[in-house]
Ligand binder design. Structure first.
Ligand SMILES: Nc1ncnc2c1ncn2[C@@H]1O[C@H](COP(=O)(O)OP(=O)(O)OP(=O)(O)O)[C@@H](O)[C@H]1O
Length: 767
């Protein structure tokens, strides 16, 4: 008992769990009585909790946890452990609950969500992907039903009507990106009825550190159709005939491709004797380069897959299909031409929102994850969140070995393959975590060469990945996966049905191996956490090399070590180099986060000015009143001709158009400004000051400008068939919109470098 209490007191610097642990006995004491109640009576008990406001007082908190525990026992067959109830209480207090893998966060989160919902709060439970949103909502549905709260989920495929309905539930499960895209689309509504996301009080975030820290700076983007770029089939055909080594060369890192002199001659001849480097026509060379890049560097089934008649990008680090992503437009079209699929539309950014800004919209945000303490400071700095470290239900007995460091990548790979061979011979299941899909493929090949069969998680879809990873604990299984793939899925020893559990336990349980340390210790811990769930036996070890990017890029010195014959470096001071490199890398990630946030702060202020004004235009008669003042003659003439209501409609649409148009242009200006800032940084000025110096005046007069433009447009309108023809004066919404996340444009920089370099190189020769 003393040990349990000590464990429950938690770690220093974290939320004090004592006030919660004190309630556990009383919660348990309620059990016998609640067990006697009928389902309807239990629902009644839950509903009664809705008669007061948040926060819960002591008595109501005890009742909520007791009723919730009984409801979970009846509907899910799982009686929440004490530690899960501690998690529930921490979440209700608006904290981050750190609970290890397999501790049952889904259930704890659901009870907290129900607790908020019973007190009249609309709750959004944010998952990392659609699969988990749907799975968790459906899994917890019987529990919510019994507690008398409505639950729904949305996914990428949901229609607008389905979304509206789902968001009207008390609790809605959604992936962060889907929610963000809905919020962005709502911002463009020209009629209040078009909007789908109502105000919500609580965001309850699963995998909170991934969302709030790792993804925080990622902007979600809403783009609108401008004109289509043509499919360049001619170029796609042409580059297909080129031969590697003769017509083009690929850089050793596989990131750039360049035409050789022979390649240039061949292309120029094939195009009827053009000069690729002619100053008069500079359009041909970029076309060739785009097609070449698409043909050579982007491999089908590695970088993208062709599905449903379209090109779908594969997110390399996550190893899954990124349905919402596109490459910069020319490259996207080039890949589409290569694959002979229909060319998708190009567009411009209408608006964007970072994950961080999205989450901060909610008055209450809380969440759960297995790894929060390592980023406790950031959670406090950016979100004013505290971490509650919830002890495990059963002590963790996983054995974490020290990193094995090798001089070269090759030696590391050899050692890892040897280790897999040795361990596999005992039947112990092995899960190997890689940095990205390419690494997974490479490793799978090396294992195959050594006669070892393995399963590779390779970007099929989340549901398939979940099914595969669920079997990673089978006797003799070898599974290779990126760090993120299949997350949120339980790995049970002896397979998902645990039929072979005893035999696997005897081998030592799941053995997790890292194919290189990650850029942050948190990511290492997430991989390790795959083993040793709920007191299971398990082990983990990372293999690293001095040539790994982490070490090569972040360690101060990478020479002078003396490896053993097999390349292993055992000198302790060298081993700490990896930890040091990881800390440097973590510091850089934090700087980037802080920096992005500082830039976005100003943009967010400007955006809220526009949105507040937009809201008044949308919901009130502001546009009509303003135009009556600005164009009195036109206004009264039109009212006479078509009536007040039609004029108000046109006034609203015209004003919204100019507000949105202005914001799109301003956004483009800010993006360009920020890109250019680093050049000024070379002049030793603070880039953020520079940014603000230009961004602030550029926004000055934004609303006046939009109003003036609206008046100009309004003055030109004419009546056609009893209606004001706003299309004739250029008021057109984008014909379609689509959404993507910005980190999903992995090649943009490289691509631009290629084009720039080729042009530059040739010009240099000419002069
Ligand atoms: N109180 C309980 N009693 C018995 N089983 C439970 C209980 N709570 C959760 N479980 C089971 O434990 C498993 C892990 O739960 P869950 O997937 O929610 O864990 P998690 O903490 O979210 O893990 P991950 O970090 O992998 O997402 C599930 O199979 C679930 O059914």
């Amino acid at each position: 008992m003393a040990e349990t209490v000590r464990r429950m007191l938690g770690k220093p610097g974290a939320v004090d769990l004592r006030p919660y642990t004190k309630l556990l006995q009383s919660i348990e004491a309620r059990e016998p009585e609640l067990r006697e109640l009928s389902d309807a009576e239990l629902t009644e008990k839950a509903t009664e909790l809705g008669n007061a406001e948040l926060p819960y007082d002591r008595g109501d908190l005890i009742e909520l946890c007791a009723v919730g525990r009984e409801a979970a026992r009846r509907t899910l067959g799982e009686r929440p452990f004490d530690v899960q109830l501690l998690g529930v209480m921490a979440l209700l207090d608006g904290h981050i609950a750190e609970m290890a893998t397999g501790e049952g966060k889904t259930l704890a989160g659901a009870l907290a969500a129900a607790g908020f919902a019973l007190r009249g709060q609309r709750v959004h439970v944010l998952s990392v992907n659609d699969y988990l949103a749907r799975r968790d909502a459906e899994w917890m549905r019987p529990l919510y039903d019994l507690l008398g709260v409505a639950v729904a989920w949305i996914g990428e495929e949901s229609t607008t009507a389905q979304r509206r309905l789902a968001y009207s539930a008390d609790i809605t499960y959604a992936s962060v990106s889907e929610l963000g895209f809905d919020v962005l689309r709502d911002r463009m509504a020209t009629d209040p009825e078009q909007r789908v996301v109502p105000e919500a009080g609580v965001a309850l975030i699963d995998e909170a550190d991934s969302v709030l820290v790792d993804e925080a700076r990622v902007p979600l983007v809403l783009a609108g159709a401008a004109e289509s770029s043509a499919a360049d089939e001619e170029m796609a055909e042409l580059v297909r005939t080129l031969k590697p080594g003769i017509h083009y060369e690929i850089d050793s890192d596989g990131r750039n491709v360049q035409l050789t002199d022979a390649g240039i001659d061949t292309v120029e001849r094939a195009l009827g004797g053009v000069d690729l480097y002619s100053e008069d026509d500079t359009s041909v060379l970029p076309r060739v380069n785009l097609a070449l890049h698409a043909h050579v560097l982007l491999q089908r089934d590695v970088h993208y897959v062709v599905r449903d008649g379209g090109v779908r990008l594969v997110n390399e680090s996550r190893g899954r299909i990124a349905l919402l992503q596109r490459w910069p437009d020319g490259l996207q079209a080039a890949v589409e031409a290569k694959e002979k699929v229909a060319v998708s539309e190009t567009g411009e950014v209408l608006d964007s929102i970072t994950v961080q800004a999205l989450v901060l919209r909610y008055p209450t945000h809380c969440g759960m994850t297995g790894t929060a303490m390592a980023v406790a400071e950031q959670l406090r700095e950016f979100y004013e969140l505290e971490v509650a470290v919830i002890p495990p239900n059963k002590p963790n007995i996983r054995v974490d070995e020290a990193t094995r460091l090798y001089a070269t990548r090759e030696e590391k790979e050899d050692a890892l393959v040897d280790e897999v061979t040795e361990v596999h011979a005992t039947g112990r299941p092995i899960l190997i975590g890689t940095q990205d899909v390419a690494e997974s493929e490479l490793l799978a090949k090396r294992l195959a060469d050594a006669g070892l069969e393995c399963v590779v998680l390779n970007a099929k879809n989340d549901a398939d990945e979940a099914a595969i990873i669920a079997e990673a604990g089978q006797y003799g299984a070898v599974t290779v996966s990126t760090q993120m793939a299949g997350r949120g899925t339980d790995i049970r020893l002896g397979g998902s049905d645990m039929s072979d559990r005893d035999r696997v336990v005897e081998t030592g349980g799941l053995y997790v191996m890292g194919f290189g340390r990650y850029p942050s210790s948190r990511l290492d811990d997430q991989l390790r956490g795959r083993a040793g769930r709920q007191g299971d036996p398990g082990g983990s070890v990372f293999f690293g090399s001095v040539e790994d990017d982490l070490v090569a890029n972040n360690a101060p010195e990478t020479t002078g070590y003396r490896p053993e014959a097999d390349g292993e470096i055992t000198d302790p001071s060298w081993l700490s180099t990896v930890d040091h490199a990881q800390r440097v890398s973590e510091g850089q990630l934090l700087d980037i986060h802080r920096n992005t946030w500082r830039y976005n702060k100003l943009i967010d202020v400007q955006r809220s000015v526009v949105l507040e004004h937009r809201e008044a235009v949308l919901m009130e008669d502001l546009a009509d009143r303003q135009l009556a003042v600005d164009c009195p003659a036109q206004h009264s003439e039109l009212v006479e001709e078509v009536g007040k209501e039609e004029v108000a409609r046109a006034a609203r649409l015209i004003t919204l158009y100019h507000l949105d148009r202005g914001w799109t242009d301003h956004n483009a200006f800010l993006a360009e400004l920020r890109e250019g800032i680093h050049l000024r940084f070379l002049g030793r000025r603070d880039p953020l000051d520079e940014f603000n110096r230009d961004a602030v005046p550029a926004f000055k007069g934004f609303l006046d400008e939009a109003r003036t433009r609206a008046a100009e447009t309004f003055a030109e309108t004419e009546v056609v068939d009893g209606k004001i023809d706003i299309a004739a004066v250029g008021v057109k919404r984008p014909s379609m919109t689509w959404t993507y996340m910005v980190h999903d444009h992995p090649f943009s920089t490289d691509f631009e470098t290629v084009v720039g370099r080729l042009k530059g190189a040739r010009r240099g020769e000419d002069s």
